[in-house]
Design a protein around this ligand. Sequence first.
Ligand code: SAH
Ligand code: SF4
Length: 419
Amino acid sequence: MNEADSEIVSSIIERYGYSRTMKPEAADLILVNSCTVRENAEKRAIARLAQYKGYKKDPEVKLGLLGCVPARNKKKLQKEHPFIDIVLGPDSYRKFEEILMQEHYPFRDTDLSKKELYDDILPQRQDELNAWIAIMRGCNQFCSYCIVPYTRGRERSRPFNSIIKAAEEIATKNIPQVTLLGQNVNAYQYEEYSFSDVLKGVAGVQGIRRIRFMSPHPKGFTQKMLKVMRDNDNICNHIHLPLQSGSSKILESMNRTYTKNDYLKLVEQIKKHIPEIALTTDIIVGFPGETDHDFKDTLDVMKKVGFDNAFMFQYSPRPGTYAAKHMEDNIPYKLKNERLQKVIELQHEHTARKNKKLVGQKLEVLVEGTSKKDKNEKIGRTESDKLVIIKAGQGKIGEFAKVKITGTAGVSLFGEIPQ
Ligand code: SAH
Ligand code: SF4
């Protein structure tokens, strides 16, 4: 969502004569778009600010902090980092007009009551291969560990027609992929339109080759969504379905509103409708009160589902959340770390096993870029969102290539385009 928001900011400030540079030393305006979902992310954003402070030796250079960090603690920031010229929360990016036109510095606005949707602004794209459409913003779920409802405000959904219009505009620009975004994307509801209607509507737009969405909550994952996915070839057979924990007890204290069994049943339904589906997930270890038994439940769900990939985190208390206020962070760091290593190991096994099964298959890959290790090698993504390293000298960025998977190493996939 922050990547999408950064592009919205780019679109807005371009109107005032600014253009993008990736070199901070060349910039008149340096913006750090921050995330506060985990403590590490917040620390990184603050470290970046300190790093860019040096460029302010030139008084013309302005420095701004955007996103969730300021939405959470504007006052503290002001005190500790008085050198920041612009502080804007996620709903305040239209304020750039006032800031840049009236040279209004310092400027601070983190109000979250605007119910901003930015639905008239098409995000500027960096790569030309994927376009984001934030179809809803905010979250009403209040999982007990999560800071998002406090930094992003309440749920609001973008008008259905504006989503279709954005998708059509994207198609006319020959951008092959659209990613529908929302903190709780399947909570989308605008008048009579639900998330499955959005999926179907966007899938019907001529020229969109791949549709992805992020992140759905298991609670609102309906049969109707699965049917639309099954019936539309351009909706990728990949679902990122955050599990968080496999223990029903922990899930309850996380306020996730499903049990271990509910999750497993949903996965069964998904696999029944779309047998070739790739499933990825998010897992938190070391939530307050997590016993060895609870942790084993997480490993058990991982084994039963066999995720293609996972983002795995140690629990970190986030200020203001229910868990931070009312639950003792009582799992020692060492144990959290041990558990994290165990889930990572298990996931690597699963990813490697799934990848090995692909060897010999021909898969459609969207060639997205050049390998960091070898400039002659291109990299691309399968429909299931797996990264493939393509044989040196082959593939053109932006093309859909039929790639034969030739081998794996760890969690990497290698392939070649048969001549
Ligand atoms: N909306 C998505 C998740 C958004 S946050 C959902 O409902 O699942 C992205 C991920 O960060 C979460 O899925 C969770 O795994 C992780 N996360 C959020 N808060 C955390 C915390 N306090 N400690 C550790 N991980 C956290
Ligand atoms: Fe956070 Fe839960 Fe909302 Fe996801 S659904 S953003 S984890 S509160």
